[in-house]
Design a protein around this ligand. Sequence first.
Ligand code: PXP
Length: 243
Amino acid sequence: MIRLGVNIDHVATVRQARRIREPDPVWAVVLAELGGADQITLHLREDRRHIQDHDLDRVLATASVPVNLEMAVTDEMVAIATDRRPHSATLVPERREEVTTEGGLDVAGQPETVGRAVEALAAAGIRVSLFIDPDPGQVEAAFRTGARAVELHTGAFCEAWGTPAAEQELERLRRAAALAADKGLAVHAGHGLNVRNVRPVARIPEVEELNIGHAIVGRAIFVGLKAAVAEMKEILAEEAARR
Ligand code: PXP
């Protein structure tokens, strides 16, 4: 089985376009769970461009599946996370001008800063994952921080999808997944995945969790959120059975 974390940020993106009360990401929690989501993922960005602080509180109060908070490695976010105590936290890089999370966290380049955040979060009982590029040096560095999991950035693979470079990117993901698992890290993956490109990633034997947002919320406009989540869950079940 592969856990599906549904990232509900973009429901809040639509709401923030008008800065009113709807659509409420809390409604997405309920429908995603009805569709079979194993986890709710949300990213409280420093610029609060989509998810707001009150959303985090209300999502935590509503979800009956684990909540995974994506967060930057800052004192403010560590303070919020250790106060709210989501089930897990995924540390991601953040640049204000970026459209979405571009590139993984450079753990190898700032091991002490990341290590301190991991320690503080773990001390609060939060399971910590590091969102990294599928690079052996980053996997090694992630292991040394004491994090429990890595989330491999699938963006480069998704961008290469449909070109000859895709197989090479997939191989990088496979190798990083094997190395991480060998070190005892849980292997998650995400970014840019959709109903087509998710299949080869879901077939990587070590991958136990995928976090998917944009493609599910985008498809939900047409087929409904519950159906969009159920469809992705079915694909993951099919691919897990083919491993
Ligand atoms: N995982 C992480 C760590 C992310 O930052 C994001 C984007 O917020 C996702 C997964 C989901 O990416 P997408 O919205 O492209 O499915």
